[in-house]
Design a protein around this ligand. Sequence first.
Ligand code: NAD
Ligand code: UD1
Length: 341
Amino acid sequence: MRFLLTGGAGYIGSHTCVSLLNAGHDIVVIDNLSNSSPVAIERVEEITGKKIAFYVGDCCDEDFLNEVLDNEQVDAAVHFAGLKAVGESVSIPLRYYKNNIDSTIALCNALAAHNVKRIVFSSSATVYGNSEIVPMREDLPLGVCTNPYGWTKWMNEQILRDLHVSDPEWSVVLLRYFNPVGAHESGKIGEDPSGIPNNLMPFICQTAAGIRKELSIFGNDYDTPDGTCVRDYIHVMDLADGHLKALEYATVHQGVETFNLGTGEGYSVYQMVAAFERANHLTLPHRDAPRRPGDIAQSYADPAKANRILGWKATHTLDDMCRDAWNWQSHNPTGYPKEDA
Ligand code: NAD
Ligand code: UD1
C-alpha cells in the first residue's frame, strides 16, 4: 500500500518511514521542515535502500495538499505534522492552535476530496491531563489539559470523532503516545531537538555528551517508589511499528478507535539515569532540583487494547532505549549536519 506521512521528516515520522518501507509499503512525505532536516529523509533512504516521494510544504495549505494528492495516490495518511513544545505553546498559543488544528482540517478536506478517508493521528497521553489513575486506559475520561499543546491534541481528537459522525466512511485511528525515546539502531536517525530540549532523554544525552554540565532531576518528593516521577518510556521503533499496525487496521475497518502506545511499564527518573549509565558504561552527572510545574507523579499506559486489537506489543527494553539514544547522540553530537540541509 501507499501512505502519506505528514511531518514525516520529524523524529517519530522518520522512524515510521523506516518501518513502513521495510514492511514493503510505499510512502509519500510532506514536511515544512519547521522542526526537522531533509537529511533525515536521505538517511531513511540510506537505511532502507528505497526512495521516498518527498514534498516540502505546509499542511495548513489545502491547495498544496490537493496538488500533492493529485500527483500521488495514497491509501491512508498518518498526521504527525504539528508543533510539540509544551512550554513554547504557553508563550505562543495562537501559533500552536493555528498550526495544529488548521493542518488537521486542511488535511482531512484534501484527503476527502481525493476519496481517501483513512487517517491515523498522532495524539498523546497528555489528553489524560492530570489524571491520577494508572495505568491509563483509553476509556478514562479525557482530562483537563494544562497547556495549549495538550488542548490541540484534545481538540484534534474531537474534530476527528466529529468527522466520522458526519461521514461514517471515515476510518480514524487515534494513537496516544506515551514517552518516545531512543533511535534507530543504525544511529543514522534520531531525535534532533532544536535549542533547549523539552524532554528527559535528550537532556540525558546532551549531559552525557558534555553539552550540559549536569542533569537536573525535577522533584524527589513525589508519591512514587523512589520519590521521582514515573513515566512510560517507549522505544521509537516500537512506536513506529505501532503505526504500521494502525495503518493496516485502518485500511480494513471503518470507525474511530483509540489506542495507547506505551509499554505498560513505568520507570522513575532515577531509574532512567541508572539504566542509561548501565547500558552505556558511563557516569551521568546529576543533581536533585525542585519540581517542574505541571508535572504529574505517574503516567503509564495500559497497552492491552493495542496488544489485543492491533496485535502490537512493545519489545525493546529500557537498556535498548538508552543504548540506541546514546548511539545516535554520540555519532551525531550536533544532530543532523546543517551543511547538507
Ligand atoms: P517533530 O517535531 O520531530 O516532528 C513533527 C514534524 O512536523 C516536523 O518535521 C515538522 O517540521 C513538521 N511540521 C510541523 N508543522 C507542520 C506543518 N504545518 N506542515 C508541515 N510540516 C509540519 O515531532 P515528533 O516528536 O516526531 O512528533 C510527531 C507527532 O507526535 C507530533 O504531532 C507530536 O505532537 C506527537 N507526539 C510527540 C510526542 C513526543 O514525545 N515526541 C509525544 C506525543 C505525541
Ligand atoms: C512531557 C510533556 C507532555 C508530553 C510528554 C511526551 C511537559 C510538562 N509535559 O511530559 O505534555 O505529552 O512530554 O512528549 O513538558 N525531567 C527531569 N529533568 C529534565 C527533564 C525532565 O527530571 O531535565 C523529568 C520530568 O520532570 C518528568 C520526566 O523527567 O518527571 C519526564 O519528562 P519529559 O520527558 O518532559 O516527559 P513528560 O513529563 O511525560
